[in-house]
Design a protein around this ligand. Structure first.
Ligand SMILES: [Fe+2]
Length: 315
């Protein structure tokens, strides 16, 4: 079995661990988290804020999209705007844990309403290169991440008000996945799901089940009472309600795919077999085309309308 990542030699993990510990002992404020669940895409968008300064960040927002008509909408994002205004928050960051394949990001629209900087992992450039080819984008589609306000690396830190945030690169589901550790809360994107549901798939272009295992084991070295906030929930057999918050301890003890004691080889065999049975997400083609542009639609054509492509036979 691959040993658990060791905070003694993993400096970004050690820094993230210290941030969690300081919040747990009351040395720093514990962040407030409000979650908005979008049942159309099973996505949990989180608003995290510093209760002292009331500065906040929005993690993984959703733009409504009706594939049949090509219509976009702002109902899900408006709920976040309403919450931010009612709570009197200042939005500093619009954080993307990765380029999502199952929903369109509302980050640019939210930025217009609320301000803040759009940030994603630096490896988005890999995603832009892979999908730039798949969608046969021209040179006007920059593959340098410049559509985003900030590209983040493993070990980067920044602040939300007075809350320290540590960035962990947790590839596997995609090459660009990040987790954001804010006080005693960690926003883990598509890595772990609820213990009774398991883990994210690793079969998209650029995905890697072994890398996902190592990323998850890294997250599970955070203190046991770290609150984990997930990007998706699909319920699980025997569970009637959606859920998106758990703890490191609950995942280590009970995750059906990756609890303590499951080896990398066992995980990779399970994940690979399961992924082979999964259909592509309904919205993968529109989602990636928009999300690789930081949530912007492709530039309008000469008639003023934006179009999305359907590559035939490539996925
Ligand atoms: Fe995803």
């Amino acid at each position: 079995m691959v040993p658990l990542p060791n905070p003694a030699t993993d400096k970004p993990l050690a820094a993230a661990t210290r941030i969690v510990e300081r919040a747990l002992v009351g040395e720093t404020a514990r962040p407030a988290v409000t979650t908005f669940f979008d049942p159309a895409t099973f996505t949990a968008s989180h608003v995290v804020h510093d209760p002292v300064t009331r500065v906040g960040a929005i993690v993984d927002s959703v733009l409504d999209f009706d594939q049949a008509s090509g219509r976009i909408g702002f109902a899900a994002a408006q709920r976040i705007v309403d919450h931010v205004r009612a709570a009197g928050l200042t939005v500093a960051w619009l954080l993307e844990t990765h380029a999502h394949a199952d929903h369109l990001s509302a980050a640019p629209w939210l930025q217009e309403q609320l301000g803040g900087h759009i940030a994603i992992g630096r490896e988005i450039v890999t995603v832009q290169n892979v999908f730039g080819k798949i969608f046969n984008e021209g040179t006007e589609f920059a593959r340098d991440g410049s559509q985003f306000d900030r590209l983040l690396d493993d070990g980067d830190t920044f602040r939300i008000g007075e809350l320290d945030v540590a960035v962990l690169h947790v590839p596997g589901h995609t090459p660009a996945d990040l987790a954001f550790v804010v006080g005693d809360a960690a926003f883990v994107g598509d890595t772990l799901f609820m213990p009774d549901y398991g883990t994210a798939r690793a079969d998209f272009p650029g995905g890697d089940a072994a890398a996902l295992y190592r990323s998850i084991r890294r997250l599970l070295r955070l203190p046991e009472t770290t609150r984990l906030f997930l990007c998706h929930d699909y319920k699980a057999p025997g569970r009637d309600d959606f859920a998106w918050e758990t703890t490191v301890r609950a995942e280590r003890e009970g995750n059906v795919h990756v609890r303590d004691g499951v080896s990398q080889a066992e995980f990779v065999a399970m994940r690979t077999a399961r992924d082979a049975t999964l259909a592509m997400p309904k919205l993968i083609l529109p989602s990636i085309q928009v999300n690789m542009r930081a949530g912007h639609l492709p530039p309008p054509e000469t008639n003023g309308t934006s179009y999305l492509k359907l590559p035939i036979g490539l996925l």
